[in-house]
Design a protein around this ligand. Structure first.
Ligand code: NAP
Length: 254
């Protein structure tokens, strides 16, 4: 009883109606990174139901194919690119072809991400952890946003970044790589917001709290804590994309 009340207060239920989604997204081109799992997969499924046209990006090709089959069965136009966003050659090639394939884009959800918990003292010979986390959580978001900027301008579009509320707090031990990459992305988005007049594209950030997904559930402690579902997190991102607010943050986040 106490736990469910506490969950209700800290994680008030989040939803968005299919009708509203349909009005906002039907027939629009939406690019989603990290579409194969967790929050990105939930986002993709809601947008399929809303009749959006989708361009899905992640590494798991089989999963992307299955989502594309679902989308086609619902009459959506859909394409995918199975790439490792940490690989600069693959990312560069994608950034080159994407604007030609999609000259007009309404929404770019930069959602692919990786979390890693390892203390700095345990990372002495692991510089690659910092490079990989930065490449995925920060660099791929910037590269795709830059590449798609003309298409987003054409589609009067916007970029929505999936950040973490933990990047707004005194930093927890062991999360230096993850928090540094999320903070770098936050700063880029906040600058893009201030440059909006010259940029011509709206940039938004969702500082999500804990969400139960394959990423967070590997941590036994988090697995048993109250949290949003992937579907609720998708509702938060979709609702944000339907407003002109710069950010979502939980009510309790100072
Ligand atoms: N879960 C939480 O509590 C929480 C809280 C705040 C913010 N977030 C953020 O939410 C976003 C989504 O995370 P999630 O919780 O939904 O995790 P998830 O279920 O593990 O999903 C991560 C997604 O990113 C993709 N991805 C990972 N590495 C990739 C790579 N190298 N190249 C291309 N795609 C890659 C994965 O696809 P493949 O494996 O198929 O490549 C997957 O689709 C992340 O940015 C995360 O930081 C999560």
């Amino acid at each position: 009883m106490f736990t469910s009340l506490w969950k209700h207060i800290v994680y008030p239920p989040k939803s968005v109606s299919d009708k509203k989604l349909c009005e906002a997204f039907c027939g629009k081109w939406v690019v989603i990174t990290g579409a194969s799992s967790g929050i990105g997969e939930a986002l993709t499924l809601r947008l399929i139901d809303a009749g959006a046209n989708l361009f899905l990006i992640a590494r798991s090709e089989e999963k992307l194919r299955q989502l594309c089959d679902k989308a086609r069965a619902k009459g959506c136009e859909v394409r995918y690119k199975a790439i490792d966003l940490r690989c600069r050659q693959e990312l560069d090639a994608c950034c080159k072809t994407l604007p030609e394939e999609l000259p007009s884009v309404s929404y770019l959800f930069c959602n692919a991400g990786k979390s890693i918990k390892r203390s700095i003292s345990s990372s002495i010979e692991r510089m690659h952890d910092f490079d990989r986390t930065m490449d995925l959580n920060y660099r791929s978001m910037v590269a795709l946003s830059l590449a798609l900027m003309p298409s987003l301008r054409e589609g009067k579009g916007r970029m929505i970044y999936t950040s973490s509320v933990s990047s707004r707090y005194p930093f927890a031990l062991g999360w230096s790589a993850y928090h540094a990459s999320k903070c770098a992305a936050n700063v880029w988005c906040r600058t893009a917001r201030r440059e909006r007049k010259t940029l011509g594209v709206r940039v938004q950030v969702a500082y999500l709290p804990l969400v139960h997904t394959p990423m967070s559930d590997v941590n036994e402690t988090y697995k048993n804590l109250p949290a949003y579902s992937a579907n609720e997190a998708a509702s938060i991102l979709l609702k944000l994309a339907m407003t002109d607010k710069f950010r979502y943050k939980p009510w309790w986040a100072i």
